[in-house]
Design a protein. Structure first.
Length: 463
């Protein structure tokens, strides 16, 4: 059953901590998973958390440390000595240990690593810290089971047993040659069903998908999605096996990437931390810039309307439909932009598909425009039967509104689908072509389309 933190539980826990009732603390936490314990830690004061932490099993404690919110972990680690941090980190997987150490100040990092000199993990952590955090090298863990291609099944089992305490989940055995180059993998199922004296060379699968240490983490995620992988080996520039990436790391990558895209699509810069950890000044910094840009863009709407001042003065009724026209184009553009950005992120399309995409969106935009245009035409035509607000030229006005909607919606669809592809082509993040940005652009051009159509269809009225 899923754990739910209650005020009553928290109060009892705090009472036990104050009384230094370790037995009660151990009893309360023994059935909980590390993520659940982390939720509790996020609500405790640092000194309270330190006491609870001291009562936990070493491996559980290390797992909890990884699950903590970044700001809570930062405060917690700041209360520990470098030696204590080193002891806790020594129980983590190498990738988690490297992530935690990377968050520490440089001088503290050096002190912690100095206390880990005798640890087998220290050199692995130092190596991982040298990789860019946005690459496969920055994601991978060095713990894995590897065997030589000349090994047999019994030796594989021995190696698994030898590594069992160091590796949380073993999905496959990696096969290497004399130069430590990855030549294939041996799934656990294949090992179990094979005769005990089978040679690895006879039962391993040479078709193995791998990535290099400098592969972008988003590409790694797409690759694991495409081939439904739960683990992916990582090799260096020479093809030597150096680590592996597991599915739990990719879940984190997906969450980060999607959060970043959503924030950019909302018309602001992406946050580097959870919302509640970001200061007011940082929020203003991230949001104000784009809002100013969008505001200045919208001021061009007034400029565009200024060019048609005479037309508006002669047929004032045209101004009533300005919000309808520009919102329809903006909404359509935002829909198209969101679809294309998401498809690019998932690898469903690439910029090479641009012409096929434009062809599809022209058809979609035309149909959507005809639907909205017909509704707009009927809105004026039907209304004019009950009111004289549109005057004797209601038919021309209805045609103007209907035709303009077709043009604006079609144009909005084209811009919304094309703009992310253009940004991608020139190396920018497509998510920057956010819904507000596309809507602003379509607003301006939509007015030009609207009043140009009005000038054409209502020319005899405007003269």
């Amino acid at each position: 059953m899923q754990f739910e933190l209650t005020d009553d539980f928290l109060q009892k826990l705090r009472t036990a901590i104050s009384a230094r009732n370790g037995a009660f603390v151990v009893e309360q936490f023994k059935e909980l998973y590390p993520p659940d314990i982390a939720v509790i830690f996020n609500e405790l004061q640092t000194e309270e958390a330190k006491y609870v932490y001291s009562q936990l099993d070493e491996q559980i404690a290390a797992d909890v440390l990884v699950e903590l919110d970044e700001d809570v972990r930062e405060d917690f680690l700041a209360s520990l000595t470098s030696k204590e941090i080193a002891e806790h980190i020594d129980n983590m997987d190498s990738d988690d240990a490297a992530d935690v150490i990377a968050e520490l100040p440089d001088e503290v990092q050096d002190e912690v690593l100095s206390h880990m000199e005798d640890s087998e993990q220290a050199s692995d952590i130092v190596e991982l810290l040298n990789y860019d955090e946005h690459t496969a090298g920055g994601l991978m863990a060095t713990e894995l089971v590897r065997v030589h291609v000349t090994s047999n099944a019994i030796e594989c089992v021995r190696e698994i047993r030898a590594q069992a305490d160091n590796i949380e989940n073993i999905y496959a055995i990696y096969v290497v040659d004399d130069d430590e180059k990855l030549v294939g993998l041996l799934p656990l199922k294949k090992l179990i069903v094979s005769p005990t004296r089978s040679k690895v060379a006879d039962i391993y699968d040479p078709k193995v998908i791998s990535v290099k240490t400098n592969t972008d983490k988003e590409e790694v995620a797409n690759l694991m999605d495409k081939y439904n992988l739960v683990v992916l080996p990582v090799v260096d520039a020479l093809g030597r096996l150096v680590g592996r990436i597991t599915i739990d790391d990719i879940v984190d990558v997906r969450r980060e990437e999607e959060t970043e895209d959503v924030q950019k699509m909302a018309g602001m810069e992406a946050f580097d931390e959870p919302y509640m950890n970001v200061s007011i000044s940082e929020i203003l910094k991230k949001r104000a810039g784009w809002l100013v840009i969008l505001f200045l863009g919208e001021t061009l709407t007034a400029t565009a309307m200024g060019f048609f001042e005479n037309e508006i003065a002669k047929v004032v009724i045209l101004s009533l439909f300005v919000p309808l026209i520009i919102s329809s184009g903006g909404n359509t553009g935002s829909q198209a932009s969101t679809l294309v950005i998401r498809s690019l992120a998932l690898g469903e399309i690439t910029i090479r598909n641009w012409w096929a995409i434009i062809q599809r969106e022209i058809k979609v935009g035309l149909i959507l425009g005809l639907i909205l245009g017909l509704i707009g035409f009927l809105r004026v035509a039907v209304w004019s039967q009950f009111t004289t607000i549109y005057g004797p030229h209601w038919m021309e006005i209805a045609l103007t509104v209907g035709t303009s909607l077709v043009g604006v919606v079609l144009w909005g669809n084209i811009i919304g689908s094309l703009f992310p592809l253009i940004l991608k082509r020139f190396g920018f993040d497509p998510a920057v072509s956010s819904a507000p940005f596309v809507a602003t652009l379509v607003d301006i051009t939509g007015l030009i389309i609207y009043f140009s159509v009005a000038s054409l269809l209502l020319g005899h009225v405007l003269m």
